[in-house]
Design a protein around this ligand. Structure first.
Ligand SMILES: [Cu+2]
Length: 164
């Protein structure tokens, strides 16, 4: 079967749209854990740090723990919790990781739990994705290709999701 050129072009266009939007709303299922909404914040100006976010749903019958996170583009990768105390923003390094109770969801998002990439060893300006390794106590380790996104784009994206 030979398709006219313009039909082919249209098919390529559709495939592009589907693939490009899929990468940002993808859910990865891994040993009873559902991982979604993962992204790395675009590096601002000449900053040497940036943050990463993810949603982790524990569908298993027992508690899970996100023990640590690793990357090959920062000297240190830490789990942090941010909160406001007496109008001062405090970031706490969670050295024991974060507990994810059975049948519950942990949201790493701006203003709350997050991954901190400290002392970047690679410029992230020209890449769209970076691999990040998540180490869980029971499920073991998984590497996720996380998209690097603008804060604004992410906010728009979230607004869109609320309409559905
Ligand atoms: Cu932090």
């Amino acid at each position: 079967m030979v398709l006219p050129k313009y039909v082919l072009k249209f098919i390529y266009f559709l495939a592009f749209i589907l693939l490009s939007s899929q990468s940002f709303s993808e859910t990865i299922t891994f040993k009873g854990l559902a991982l979604s909404d993962f992204w790395i914040k675009k590096v601002i100006a000449n900053n040497n740090v940036t943050a990463g976010y993810i949603k982790i749903e524990n569908k298993n019958g027992k508690n899970e723990r996100l023990v640590s996170v690793e990357s090959d583009f920062s000297k240190r990768t830490e789990l942090h919790e941010m909160h406001i105390k007496n109008d001062i923003m405090i970031m706490k390094h969670l050295e024991e990781g974060v507990l994810i109770k059975s049948k519950s969801q942990l949201d790493l998002r701006p203003g709350s739990f997050h991954i901190m990439f400290i002392n970047l060893t690679k410029s992230l300006k020209k890449t769209k994705f970076q691999k990040v390794k998540f180490n869980f106590k029971n499920a073991g380790s998984i590497v996720i290709n996380m998209p690097i996104m603008d804060n604004d784009k992410k906010t728009n994206d979230k607004k869109k999701h609320h309409h559905h």
